[in-house]
Design a protein around this ligand. Structure first.
Ligand code: NFA
Length: 100
């Protein structure tokens, strides 16, 4: 009697759970001082001076720049911290996030 096809008991490539990732995006504005943007990128996103300058300039010139990619929870937490720093100095600096 023919037997039914069987599925392997173990996967050749076991699936690992990967949470969805979110890009954090820096938006340009006409008011926030460049130095302050760099300070926030260094403090909240742990960037060095050169990387922070590059991301700030990219947003300044293009309108927006991707800062980094995180899980939703971490992205939200970092955006909140960045917005708190900006609000404390009355700057309109804005970050958004977008699912990858
Ligand atoms: N465009 C701002 C300025 O000229 C600097 C800036 C860069 C603001 C990136 C926000 C994001 N002072």
């Amino acid at each position: 009697m023919p037997h039914a096809p069987t599925t392997p008991r173990t996967e050749a490539r076991p699936k690992t759970a990967r949470p969805p990732l979110y890009k954090v995006i820096l938006l340009n504005d006409d008011f926030t001082p460049r130095d302050f943007v760099v300070t926030v990128l260094k403090a909240v996103f742990r960037m060095g001076e050169g990387e922070a300058l590059g991301v700030m300039l990219a947003a300044h010139q293009l309108g927006a720049a991707v800062v980094a990619v995180f899980t939703r929870e971490i992205a939200e937490e970092k955006i909140l911290r960045a917005h708190e720093m900006a609000a404390a100095e009355d700057h309109p600096l804005t970050f958004t996030s977008e699912k990858e």
